[in-house]
Ligand binder design. Structure first.
Ligand SMILES: [Mg+2]
Length: 273
């Protein structure tokens, strides 16, 4: 109980920090980036021990819940998933700022942001894991859970390769210390129907697995239709109010199947009004 209380205290501190950073970031011209070289969010992620403490707390809390979520065959982290009792278990993780930390890129790239710049940086630099994720992944696999990595890094075909970014992403996850094969990594645009709205790929995983946990740093890693500009199959754009309402509507899942990492640097939160 003490550990749980401490976790939520840290979570509250994190939410406060995110709010403080939002004031300086919501005027970003990029849809999903609220960055800047001197952004307090970037400095906080890069230098604060508090960031490490929170990420360790999040992954420890999730790790401690693994056995219970595996044993309870009626449980799914997808509110709409039913009749999954006989399916094998899976966990869906986001990649950037959930499995690998790109804070060095955030600090050093020359604006404006582009996916190409991030991909080039990732190819040139060894991936750094977010604290706690490697141990969590190892324990989950020991218990027989399959891990899926869903990222909105987009595929951009080059020559004969329809998605060179997939190679980069696989390499990053492996470099971070989690061995993974291509079939468990799903990029935006890798299939025609896989746009940046992640709920479509979550549904794909749920066809064959009981999804026991979601791990991410953006509301879109958990809830559909959280972006300012709606993406298929969403028909309405999100607002600050609609995102907060959706978050509270799902309050039973936070820290209970849904585990969110702090990211005051960028995300779908930066563009909504
Ligand atoms: Mg992310």
């Amino acid at each position: 109980m003490a550990r749980t209380f401490s976790f939520f205290l840290q979570l509250a501190a994190c939410v406060f920090l995110l709010s403080a950073c939002a004031a300086t970031s919501r005027d970003s011209s990029h849809d999903d980036r609220g960055r800047g070289e001197t952004s307090p969010g970037i400095i906080w992620v890069q230098t604060s021990a508090e960031y490490d403490a929170i990420t360790l707390s999040v992954y420890r809390t999730a790790q401690d819940a693994l056995a219970e979520k595996i044993a309870d065959k009626t449980w799914s982290a997808l509110p709409y998933q039913t009749h999954a009792e006989n399916l094998p278990t899976a966990i869906i993780l986001d990649v950037d700022e959930t499995v690998v930390s790109n804070v060095e890129f955030q600090r050093s790239f020359i604006p404006p942001f582009s996916d190409g710049k991030l991909d080039a940086w990732n190819r040139a630099n060894r991936a750094v894991p977010v604290n706690g994720v490697v141990e969590f992944a190892e324990r989950a696999r020991q218990l027989g859970v399959t891990l899926f990595f869903l990222t909105n890094r987009p595929c951009a075909a080059t020559g004969d390769d329809p998605c060179p970014q997939k190679t980069t992403t696989l390499q990053d996850i492996n470099e971070a210390g989690i061995a993974v094969d291509a079939e468990f990594v799903m990029l935006s645009g890798e299939r025609a129907e896989w746009g940046k709205e992640k709920s479509v790929r979550r549904d794909y995983v749920a066809e064959n697995y009981r999804v026991i946990m979601l791990m991410g740093d953006d509301l879109g890693d958990f809830i559909a239709c959280t972006r300012k500009n709606p993406l298929h199959p969403c028909t309405e754009g999100a607002t600050i109010a609609s995102r907060e309402a959706a978050t509270l509507e799902h309050q039973d899942y936070w820290g209970n199947g849904w585990y969110i990492l702090p990211n005051p640097m960028h995300g779908s939160w930066t563009s909504v009004k």
